[in-house]
Design a binder for this molecule. Structure first.
Ligand code: NI
Length: 261
């Protein structure tokens, strides 16, 4: 079963601002899944690249489906792909490229190449500013350096799958960023997330999956897809004492304000 019945919505309300549909784990079910998602409430998806090859994959999906948009960029875990920022510039000229991403810093994955990670991240932030595109930022165990670069260049964009403190979220919002909330918010150990969500103005919250990874509870560990955003929205709605539909609608509008669909 690809799409659980209980998640079906009456109208298209979901914007998944962070997915990886070129991932191999979707091979064999990709087309059926994407069409089923769109029929069941998923209005728009941004599929994010991690290097040059996956950027081409993301753009091919955006060409194939009206409801899919692409972000192109070099992920900090993919520096060995040797994709250049100039290649990303050329790929970003595509009409359905709505952001530079996924870019950022990951000191959990590697702390031996911090300077190289920072250099590639900065180059891509500068590129995004030149092209007037938002950035989709990955920050894992690199909060201080990520915030420093954001404050220095002041791009428009989102800190995806936010894992910092409420104070950091407030500072990032002040610098112009949106805060991306994914399935992690439903995990028992995500103790800071309710305070993070309350510290962020509602108009700066975005929902995302990071699928095929990070499926929300009760599907944790399963293959994740954009339909599961309803479970993330339900948790955010509980925290904000709103309805799930209101949270889906609000976050879709926020996505529309940040990205040019
Ligand atoms: Ni991602």
């Amino acid at each position: 079963m690809i799409y659980p019945d209980e998640l079906k919505l009456k109208q298209n309300l979901i914007t998944d601002t962070h997915a990886h549909y070129d991932d191999k784990r979707f091979d064999g079910i990709r087309d059926e899944l994407l069409l089923s998602l769109h029929e069941n409430g998923v209005d728009r998806i941004i599929t994010c690249a991690v290097d040059g090859a996956s950027a081409k994959g993301a753009l091919a999906l955006a060409d194939k489906y009206s409801f899919i948009y692409a972000a192109v960029g070099i992920h900090p875990e993919n520096l060995e792909s040797k994709t250049s920022t100039e290649e990303i510039r050329a790929l970003a000229a595509h009409g359905k490229c709505v952001a530079i991403g996924e870019i950022g810093l990951d000191y959990y994955y590697s702390s031996d190449n911090k300077e190289e990670q920072k250099k590639v991240f900065e180059e891509q932030v500068v590129l995004a500013n030149e092209l007037s595109l938002p950035v989709i930022v990955h920050d894992r165990e690199a909060h201080a350096d990520t915030l420093e670069i954001i404050k220095k260049y002041r791009p428009k964009g989102v800190l995806h799958c936010f894992s910092g403190s409420p104070e950091m979220a407030a500072e990032a919002v002040k610098a112009g960023m949106y805060i991306g909330v994914g399935g992690v918010v439903t995990f028992k150990n995500a103790k800071k997330m309710p305070d993070v969500i309350k510290a962020v103005p509602k108009e700066r919250l975005l929902l995302e999956t990071d699928c095929p990874y990070l499926a929300p509870e009760p599907y944790r560990g399963a293959l994740c897809h954009s339909g599961y955003i309803t479970l993330t929205a339900k948790k955010v709605a509980e925290i904000l004492t709103e309805s799930t539909e209101e949270v889906l609608k609000l976050t879709s509008e926020n996505a529309q304000n940040l990205f040019t669909f």
